[in-house]
Design a protein around this ligand. Structure first.
Ligand code: ADP
Ligand code: MG
Length: 221
């Protein structure tokens, strides 16, 4: 689905990886590592890079790290704009039902988008991404304002999404969620560029990425 060969742009240097269809992939790394930049290149928003980037998806849905504070309309209406229909009259009963289902799954109320907290707005926009049914979702820090329960719900929805043969790339800082849910990890900004299956994602990987001062807290259950 995505082939990147010897990609260089700004802080990204000689990056090569392949993402097959049906995968939930996390992009991790310190601030300024180039995570947002990589997502924008894959989404076609930056074009003057060096190297080869091939994305085999007709419809891509990109959710920026910077969320709009204001959008006109009620939650379900904002969600349904993800279908990219020219008029609300073209939206059928089933689609309205799906929007309401997302509201309920994410614990949102039917109210104006603007009258919500940052985390609630983020959930509305995530539902908008999910309803799009795009072949490729590119989500930049979509969990940054979500509570743990909501993050779990969204990760489960994303797992179901990729089971349909679609692909999702998510930029995140939450490493515990990465080990719990994703299939592959792309690590940027470390001593070396790494891409691995989540089973190979361990303390060594994290130390290579963030340095020796990364502390591990052992939980006793
Ligand atoms: N709008 C911009 N103008 C100039 N440089 C930028 C811009 N956005 C990002 N950069 C540069 O690219 C680097 C990577 O940024 P970014 O991809 O946003 O990192 P991340 O998402 O990993 O925090 C930054 O450290 C910065 O030097
Ligand atoms: Mg970023």
């Amino acid at each position: 689905m995505i082939t990147v060969e010897d990609l260089s742009y700004s802080v990204l240097k000689n990056i090569t990886f392949h993402v097959p269809r049906g995968m939930l992939v996390a992009i991790i790394g310190p601030n300024g590592a180039g995570k947002s930049t990589l997502l924008k290149i894959i989404g076609g928003l930056i074009k003057d890079y060096k190297g080869k980037v091939k994305v085999n998806a007709k419809i891509k849905f990109y959710l920026s790290q910077h969320l709009p504070k204001e959008l006109p309309g009620l939650n379900s209406e904002v969600i349904l704009t993800g279908l990219e229909k020219s008029s609300f009259y073209d939206i059928d009963k089933k689609e309205w039902g799906k929007a309401r289902e997302y509201l309920s799954l994410l614990g949102l109320k039917e109210k104006p988008y603007d009258e919500q907290s940052g985390g609630e707005k983020q959930k509305t926009l995530l539902a908008r991404a999910l309803i799009s049914d795009a072949e490729l979702l590119l989500l930049d820090e979509p969990f940054s304002a979500l509570d743990v329960k909501s993050s779990n719900v969204v990760y489960k929805l994303l797992k179901d999404y990729v089971k349909k043969g679609k692909t999702a790339l998510v930029v995140t800082h939450d490493l515990s969620m990465v080990s719990k849910y994703v299939d592959r990890v792309i690590c940027l900004g470390g001593k070396e560029f790494l891409t691995c299956h989540v089973d190979e994602f361990n303390l060594d990987t994290i130390v290579k990425l963030y340095g020796e001062d990364f502390k591990v807290i052992h939980h006793v259950h």
